[in-house]
Design a binder for this molecule. Structure first.
Ligand SMILES: Nc1ncnc2c1ncn2[C@@H]1O[C@H](COP(=O)(O)OP(=O)(O)OP(=O)(O)O)[C@@H](O)[C@H]1O
Length: 399
């Protein structure tokens, strides 16, 4: 029989401060198991996780316990909360093959992490998304092409996008292209027009429609080109170019019943084209980052969300809004008045502090890429020299 007596936090805290409790973290953890009933009852005897070993590193101490047979994962999920609250320290829990690892960190997340050049990973499509307890987390756009981002106004979405642009330009100056949809009137990204790697900054819905239409045509041509050359995914080919489509304030593209029909149709078409880009573009080298401060089923279309295997959420007002962005509660519990604090979710979930880059710092590192421009680059054309190469072994063949 399994026994779980979940005890109030106050009891854990009382235990922590009791005179009988001047013990090491390891001994306290062992006691928390007993107080919280984290164990398995077998033949009238409760078996708790038993201590095996301790490992130290610069950031933390990890206590390793052997788990009793038959302990349910639901019970293990609670250990992080129980031990974290009891020790009043940040902890991370891992369990596998009846081994439980409780990593107790010396420090919590920093309130601010300043971006620096050493965070750039040259020649890669990896971008630093945030400082976790364990170190910096990188998002690899070649592994997960699309990301959706949600968060209340002034909590760091635009800074996050600027972080992406800066890192990618420094990492791949000759191979990255950007299309930026700055639907808050071009306030934030207007100067980016002058960057060599930025093809277009669309500042209103009409421009957005035109650019998306051209992009979709380009994507379809590229699809034909790749089919022609037996390339199934750009990542497995010699093609180096990647195209980033950044949308800042997707809610501006949301049709509303109160709008005149032509405007509704225009916005509906924009949303549809973005969904198509999310659906078709990943394998072809197009990466979509879609941000909104008003996450609802209307502002974050289903197809875009389903194709975004990375979700980044800043603080939101309610659990319902959090569900829209990261498919679970949690963003409403992030600290208020702390911009840059986010949850990054792929196949697992981490809380982190997004690196902050000021405009001044950013333009200092990007100044070499500011150019005078005449015309935007044409849409993708199949190069005359690049015809079918069925014998080229670096490409994957359709069977
Ligand atoms: N990662 C960060 N670390 C520290 N401070 C940050 C961070 N990101 C943003 N900030 C602070 O918060 C302010 C607002 O950030 P930002 O413009 O990115 O918000 P936003 O979510 O895009 O807001 P809106 O939706 O209104 O455009 C910044 O000017 C900066 O002072």
């Amino acid at each position: 029989m399994i026994s779980l007596l979940l005890i109030p936090t106050v009891l854990l805290l009382a235990a922590s401060f009791s005179p009988y409790f001047k013990q090491t973290d390891r001994e306290k953890i062992q006691l928390f198991f007993e107080i919280a009933g984290i164990g398995v009852k077998h033949n009238n005897e409760i078996q708790y996780p038993s201590y095996k070993a301790t490992e130290d590193d610069d950031l933390s101490t990890t206590y390793i316990f052997r788990l009793p047979l038959g302990i349910p994962s639901k019970l293990l999920e609670k250990i992080g909360g129980v031990v974290g609250e009891g020790l009043n320290k940040p902890v991370l829990i891992k369990y596998e093959n009846y081994e439980l690892r409780i990593r107790v960190f010396t420090h919590g997340l920093k309130d601010k992490v300043t971006w620096c050049r050493s965070m750039v990973r040259e020649d890669s499509w990896e971008v630093p998304v945030g400082q976790m307890l364990e170190g910096m987390a990188y998002h690899d756009f070649d592994k997960i092409p699309h990301a959706s981002v949600g968060g209340t106004t002034r909590y760091g979405k635009t800074v996050f996008l600027k972080n992406i642009v800066t890192n990618l330009i420094l990492a791949n100056p000759d191979n990255v292209r950007f299309y930026i949809f700055d639907l808050k009137g071009g306030l934030e990204f207007s100067r980016y027009k002058n960057l060599k790697q930025v093809m277009k900054v669309a500042e209103n819905t009409v421009e957005t429609f035109e650019v998306l239409e051209a992009l979709l045509t380009e994507i379809r041509k590229k699809m034909e080109y790749m089919k022609h050359n037996y390339i199934t995914n750009i990542v497995e080919s010699d093609e180096k170019e990647r195209v980033f489509i950044l949308v800042d304030e997707a809610a501006e593209l949301c049709p509303d019943k109160s709008m005149p029909k032509p405007k509704r149709d225009l916005l509906g078409a924009c949303q549809h084209m973005l969904s198509e880009i999310a659906r078709l573009g990943g394998g072809l080298g197009y990466r979509l980052v879609f941000c909104t401060q008003y996450p609802t089923a209307d502002t974050l279309p289903r197809q875009i969300k389903q194709n975004s295997d990375a979700k980044i959420g800043f603080r939101l007002a309610t659990g319902v809004a959090s569900q829209v962005v990261i498919d679970e509660d949690g963003l409403e519990k992030l600290p208020s008045l702390l911009p840059g604090r986010a949850i990054y979710k792929t196949d697992c979930k981490h809380e982190m502090q997004v690196p902050y880059i000021s405009d001044k710092h950013m333009w200092h590192v990007l100044k070499d890429w500011e150019v005078t421009k005449d015309e935007p680059k044409p849409v993708y054309e199949v190069p005359a020299t690049e015809q079918a190469r069925p014998s080229d072994t670096s490409f994957i063949e359709f069977k």
